[in-house]
Design a protein around this ligand. Structure first.
Ligand SMILES: Cc1cc2nc3c(=O)[nH]c(=O)nc-3n(C[C@H](O)[C@H](O)[C@H](O)COP(=O)(O)OP(=O)(O)OC[C@H]3O[C@@H](n4cnc5c(N)ncnc54)[C@H](O)[C@@H]3O)c2cc1C
Length: 425
């Protein structure tokens, strides 16, 4: 399956991304230093950095490049995790926590440097992001985040009153945290660009090649697909929230949170003068959050928690229309031209997971913040295999989520009900 067939899987991003590099399914047996399973940011960044260092690498992708979260997301390239940095330290301890915050704080640097270095055409805009405060509680949240990042020397600024209203183009929010490290990209185009760069550097990518078996063969691992097999010294498992049954343990520690996006027609020049005039990507402090950003054509992309299926699909669409009318009344009546959704991998403590299963290494569970982390962790996995360099994330034991499927149903149907009932921003 490529990323283009289902209009609800990749929507606008499939319509506006440059074509993917041509690849073929794996046929026959091959050997390589490292086999990577999954062609999202984690797998592609690992493949690129391994190939740059001269290692042979084969990427096996079940569907198409960027088929998972990497081709469906909002495109907000953020620094750090969803958790405020002090909370990361509280959960991980000072040593591990600060190391992770440091590595992910610099994550957008790596993303935008990679885009520049490899000439990736993915609509990069490094104008920062705006985290928008809902009510006094939201402002207090942003004050804490601002203080914690500022104490670590990050270029963050808390905008209030008119400054916030002008930056967002809306009276709906009283404050916003501007993080100058961050920015936006066209996410599927970034994944395709990483793949093109990895291939140019010597990596081999096979799409339409789901791995169906993974077995140890002496000092090697053997990965099987329908038509071929790869024998590798090491395996990087980069399947994240799209992990299937083969690595069931990995899947059972991630609860899938659905998230959808709708994109308007390109806005008029007048509207573009007031809606996010600085071209920052934005999201708000609500638990069932709203995100909004512009693409290069001037379309406004609005998103929130939920899956565009069943009865909820209409509820989410109506919610998006009402929400945009409330946040940006200057837009007038709104038509959506694209809609799509995907699955975010959530962990119980909102921290990512690193597992070593013999010769198989995997990092996953980015909790909705995976563009910079996927790129950083892919590089870190490559350097770990190449040079034995420590990863910025300690190894974690498997921790199955209790009642995971119930939790997933609550996420999906709870968001549908909240949006149908007119949950406001
Ligand atoms: C709707 C949505 C909005 C988001 N918004 C943002 C955002 O604005 N900013 C941000 O930073 N992050 C965001 N995220 C999170 C981010 O997209 C992910 O964390 C990130 O893309 C994960 O990258 P990955 O490479 O680890 O995994 P993925 O991109 O999910 O790739 C996993 C790949 O593994 C493949 N695979 C699975 N099983 C097999 C198998 N057996 N054999 C071969 N291949 C297999 C899948 O087909 C898939 O292509 C969002 C996610 C979603 C879904």
């Amino acid at each position: 399956m490529t990323v283009d067939r289902d209009p609800l899987s990749h929507g606008l991003w499939a319509a506006s991304a440059p074509p993917a590099p041509k690849t073929a399914p794996l046929i026959g047996d091959t050997r390589t230093d490292v086999a990577v399973v999954g062609a999202g940011y984690t797998g592609l960044s690992a493949a690129l950095h391994l190939a740059e260092a001269g290692a042979s690498v084969v990427v096996l992708e079940a569907a198409g490049i960027g088929y998972g979260g990497s081709g469906r997301n909002v495109g907000l390239v953020n620094a750090g995790l969803w958790l405020p940095p002090d909370e990361v330290v509280r959960r991980m301890g000072a040593g591990d926590g600060e190391r992770l915050i440091g590595a992910l704080g610099e994550g957008p640097d790596l993303v935008f440097e990679s885009i520049g270095q490899h000439g990736i055409a993915c609509e990069p805009v490094r104008a920062g992001t705006l985290h928008c405060a809902v009510g006094r509680g939201g402002e207090r949240d942003l004050e804490r985040r601002h203080a914690q990042w500022a104490a670590r020397g990050a270029p963050v600024r808390l905008l209030r009153g008119d400054e916030a209203r002008t930056a967002i183009g809306s009276d709906a929010y009283g404050a916003a945290l501007l993080d100058a490290r961050a920015g936006t990209i066209q996410p599927l185009a970034y994944a395709r660009g990483l793949a093109t760069a990895a291939i140019a550097t010597g990596a081999v990518i096979h799409e339409a090649s789901p791995v169906t078996a993974c077995t140890e063969r002496g000092p090697h691992m053997r990965l099987e697909t329908a038509l071929g097999a790869v024998t590798a010294a090491h395996v990087i498992l980069a399947t994240n929230a799209y992990t299937g049954g083969l690595w069931g343990e990995l899947r059972t520690e991630l609860a899938g949170l659905p998230y959808f996006n709708l994109a308007t027609a390109p806005l008029s020049d007048v509207a573009l003068g007031s809606v996010l005039p600085g071209k920052q990507g934005a999201w708000d402090t609500r638990q069932i959050l709203s995100s909004f950003r512009l693409d290069a054509a001037g379309r406004l992309v609005v998103g929130s928690v939920g899956a565009l299926r069943g009865a909820s699909r209409a509820a989410h669409r109506n919610w998006a229309r009402r929400t945009l009318a409330r946040i940006f009344p200057q837009l007038g009546p709104i038509d959506f031209e694209y809609e799509w959704y995907g699955t975010i991998g959530m962990t119980t403590d909102a921290l990512p997971r690193f597992h070593r299963m013999g010769r198989v290494l995997g990092i996953s569970g980015y909790n909705g913040r995976g563009i910079a982390p996927g790129t950083v962790f892919g590089k870190a996995l490559a350097r770990y295999l190449l040079h034995g360099e420590a990863l910025p994330l300690p190894e974690t034991p498997f921790a199955r989520i209790l009642l995971r499927r119930v939790r997933e149903q609550v996420y999906e149907h709870g968001a549908g009900i909240a949006h149908a009932l007119g949950e406001r921003f």
